[in-house]
Write a protein that binds this ligand. Sequence first.
Ligand SMILES: Cc1cc2nc3c(=O)[nH]c(=O)nc-3n(C[C@H](O)[C@H](O)[C@H](O)COP(=O)(O)O)c2cc1C
Length: 210
Amino acid sequence: MEKLAETKYDIHELLKGRWSPRAFSTRSVEPEKLFSLFEAARWSPSGGNSQPWSFVVTTSDQPEHEKLVEALAGFNKVWAKNVPVLILAVARPNPERPGSEAYAYYDLGQSVAHMSIQAEAVGLQVHQMGGFDRDQVRELFEIPESFKPLTVIAIGYSGRVEDLPEPLQEREVQTRTRKPLSEFVFGGHWDLPIEPTAEELLLAGSPDGK
Ligand SMILES: Cc1cc2nc3c(=O)[nH]c(=O)nc-3n(C[C@H](O)[C@H](O)[C@H](O)COP(=O)(O)O)c2cc1C
């Protein structure tokens, strides 16, 4: 299923096409494609090139996969159990640099953003989840205390909406919404919207600027 972003300004089709489905097929993911996602994550920027990310991968043929599903919260447990690949995304703040947590979280998120767009490029879908028991997964994968599990990421091919339980079917087909740019893009001063008016855009597009 497609749920293209409705944009006011043109953006790349991969950005437009990415969304977070809950209906996944059980079809397994080719290793070549899966590893292209990690390659994309690998080449994302990070503070001081610290690359503070790690990913623990489970596939549906492994007992750890089921255990990871058990650690998911509420509805996540329901829809994610059929997803062929689940990944735990882990940040590594530098213990020698107090305050580096924020950068590690920022960088991990950015690497997953790269991963999501690469997934879109190879026909895969991604759904990130913050709803899971962090202590349970720390224990499951024996993750040292200094590393922070942040999200579980579902990866696979698009599935059938009809296979989801009722309340999730409804959410699956809901329109995707976003705040307008004027609410978060400011010019030169906090809370001062900067977006050009339609008239200004027209003028900028005309050859003599008039
Ligand atoms: C950090 C993070 C945590 C999220 N946690 C969950 C979650 O636990 N369960 C879920 O169904 N979706 C989760 N989502 C998906 C968001 O709800 C989704 O990205 C948002 O509604 C925008 O929809 P879109 O990705 O389709 O554009 C999460 C997304 C992010 C980035």
